[in-house]
Structures are given as structure tokens and as C-alpha cells.
Design a protein around this ligand. Structure first.
Ligand code: SF4
Length: 366
């Protein structure tokens, strides 16, 4: 079983280990991340269908709807497997516990916000009419990006829409501007580019980014003392970037100088503190253009035949540490010609300056 759980091919092969073990394995392969996403989507649809606003759902209704959502996404076969052993029953409880906590936190984050969740699991892909997600390459090929945006929150005025993009992460992923700069973490910005175009086309209105965030799905039982009470909610703050416009920050959360959904403090002068992760609207656009440009560069290199294994080293981390292909890719650090690419960490202000410089010559996309 030990060998089995560390094998990089466990997701693809169809090997059974005897009935009990196979059932255990099946739960592993069910992918808890998909269960969380499915249950949250189902829950969100129930909220809409039953006419609630997120910030006003009574706690007992939350719990009932969560039970419905968990039951709905665990079809009969999965439920059977989930009930098949103590280990799997524990996993089922864990899914329920994390979902319950997540819904409570999301409601808490929205209680002073003008934003309301509008879309869940918003898909885009090769067959749609979006332009920003189709990237032409030098040799005539075209990259067509596809994705599923976990959640889009919206605040709407007569002629304008403000968007907040949220992605749920079941690992410990946090937004990292250095990773974005080096093309290692472009997901949220690609989602923003896609969502802005989708809403522009659907409504004909001006669309302005209010923020892009990761929300970490956490299991509170790991240390309940850290997450109890109002202060404990800080553990669940999202990571990412908000719009620096103080009117937009006030729409995100009004009546406070210390935001609860995201680490951002407002100084006595009424502006975001210097270390806050904020961008002006034009910088959101610049970063969007930079990410498109970076994707094009990567695509051009791949299509020109550059497919050498060339892992990076950034802040002491290399992707090889977690990579399932390690036994087969042939990369051996230390062998001649097989060095990791050392990426230098920069301060966020420096990175923004570099991005501004990089996209300056092309002009802003929108
Ligand atoms: S183990 Fe190989 S394939 Fe995986 S990240 Fe490292 S170099 Fe790339």
C-alpha cells in the first residue's frame, strides 16, 4: 500500500488491491477537490433557487442546504465507498466539516460587502467566442486557453460592473507575485481576462476589476483554537490583489479600516497602507496583458521545439519536489547540462515596475 500511494501512475492505472483496498483507493481517486467544488456549486445554486442572499442565510438553513449539497454530489456509488471503512467515513466527515466552515466564512466575508456571488464554475474554452483567451503564435498556431472560474462576485451600477474573481484551493496555494512574474502562477489573471470579456459581451457595460483572490479550503479541526472567535477568522483571509481605489475597497467591505476577507488596512489618510497588495485598474490591465504576452512567449518556445526539462529554483522551491514525473523525465540535478534555472526574488513594487516596462511598448490591451 505504501508503494501504491507513492506511485506516480496511480491516477492512470486500473490496478485493484483486493476489494477492501480497491475501495480505499477509489476514494483517493474520487478527488476530494472535485467533491468540494461540486458541493459548493450545488450549495450556491440552492442559495439562488431559494431566494437567499449569502450574507443573510440563517445558520440552520446553511446546515440543511449543506447536507443536501453533500448528498447530491456523492452519488450512490461514491456514498457506498465513503461508508465502507472508518478511514473513508472520516474523510466524508472531513469534507462536510470543511464545507460547513467554508460556507460560514464566505457568508462572514460578504456580510459587509456590496458584492454578491453571481456565477460559479464559469467555463471558458476553445469553442467560445472570447478573444483574450486565444493567443496567436509566431508560426501561425494559436493557443486556446480553457478553464473553470470557481466564483465571480459582482457589484453592478447603471453603466458599470465591478468583478471579484475567487478560486478555491484545497492545497496551501497562496497568491505569489514572483510566481506570476515568472509565468508560474498565471491562473487568476487569465480568469480575470476571461471574465472581464464575458461580462462585457453579455451586458455591454464597462467592467472594472475589484480583485483576484485565492481562498484556501482548510480543515478547522487541525487547530480549532486558532480559528474560533472573530479574530480566528483572520486565518481564512484570502490572498491576492484588490483594486487600490478606495471607493472600490469600500464596496468590497464597508465600514472598516481593516478588511476581514483580505489582508488590507486603510491608514489615517484614508489610503491603503504601503504594504497592501493593491493595484490600480490600469495595472490590472497591464498585468493581464503581461500574462498574455508571457503565454505567447512560452507557446512560441514550445512550438519552436524547446522542450528541454528545465526546472526553476525560486525561494528554495523547485517543482521537482512534488512532480509525479520525476522517475521518468530524466532530469538529474548535478549532471552536466542539467542545472536548475535560478529565479531571483523581487519586491512586489519592483515586479510591477518591470511589468509596466514590459507592456509599455505594446500599449494597453483595454
Ligand atoms: S521532475 Fe522532471 S518533469 Fe518534473 S518538474 Fe522536475 S524536471 Fe520537470
Amino acid at each position: 500500500m505504501e508503494e501504491f500511494s507513492s506511485c506516480p501512475f496511480k491516477y492512470f492505472c486500473d490496478y485493484g488491491l483486493g476489494i477492501t483496498e480497491r475501495k480505499e483507493f477509489k476514494v483517493y481517486a474520487v478527488d476530494l477537490g472535485n467533491l468540494f467544488h461540486g458541493a459548493l456549486e450545488y450549495f450556491s445554486n440552492l442559495v439562488k433557487k431559494r431566494g437567499y442572499r449569502w450574507k443573510e442565510i440563517p445558520e440552520e438553513v446553511q446546515e440543511t442546504m449543506l447536507d443536501e449539497a453533500v448528498d447530491a454530489v456523492m452519488d450512490a456509488s461514491i456514498r457506498d465507498v465513503m461508508d465502507s471503512s472508518a478511514r473513508n467515513r472520516y474523510k466524508k466527515q472531513m469534507v462536510r466539516r470543511i464545507l460547513s466552515r467554508t460556507v460560514k466564512v464566505l457568508c462572514y466575508h460578504l456580510r459587509n460587502s456590496a458584492f454578491e456571488p453571481d456565477r460559479f464554475e464559469l467555463k471558458f474554452g476553445p469553442g467560445d467566442s472570447l478573444e483574450r483567451t486565444k493567443i496567436p503564435l509566431e508560426d501561425g498556431h494559436r493557443i486556446a486557453l480553457k478553464g473553470v472560474i470557481d466564483r465571480v462576485d459582482l457589484y453592478e451600477e447603471d453603466d458599470k460592473i465591478y468583478l471579484k474573481i475567487i478560486d478555491y484551493k484545497s492545497g496551501s496555494r497562496k497568491f505569489d507575485i514572483n510566481e506570476l512574474y515568472y509565468g508560474l502562477q498565471m491562473q487568476l489573471v487569465v480568469y480575470l481576462n476571461a471574465a472581464v470579456e464575458i461580462y462585457r459581451k453579455e451586458t455591454g457595460k464597462e467592467v472594472e476589476p475589484a480583485g483576484i483572490f485565492y481562498y484556501q479550503l482548510q480543515d478547522p479541526i487541525q487547530d480549532e483554537s486558532k480559528v474560533s472567535g472573530q479574530k480566528g477568522m483572520n486565518v481564512f483571509r484570502m490572498t491576492g490583489y484588490a483594486n487600490s481605489d478606495t471607493d472600490i475597497i469600500d464596496l468590497l467591505e464597508h465600514g472598516t479600516r481593516n478588511l476581514e476577507s483580505f489582508s488590507l488596512n486603510i491608514t489615517n489618510s484614508g489610503l491603503p497602507e504601503k504594504r497592501a497588495n493593491v493595484w490600480e485598474t490600469n495595472d490590472f490591465v497591464r498585468v493581464g496583458d503581461y500574462v498574455t504576452k508571457t503565454m505567447k512567449k512560452i507557446g512560441d518556445r514550445v512550438y519552436s521545439g524547446e522542450i528541454k526539462a528545465s526546472p526553476y529554483l525560486l525561494g528554495g522551491q523547485t517543482p521537482c519536489d512534488y512532480c509525479s514525473y520525476r522517475p521518468v523525465c530524466g532530469f538529474e540535478p548535478g549532471d552536466p547540462g542539467q542545472e536548475v534555472r535560478l529565479l531571483e526574488k523581487h519586491k512586489k513594487e519592483e515586479i510591477l515596475d518591470k511589468i509596466r516596462e514590459e507592456v509599455k511598448e505594446d500599449g494597453l490591451h483595454s
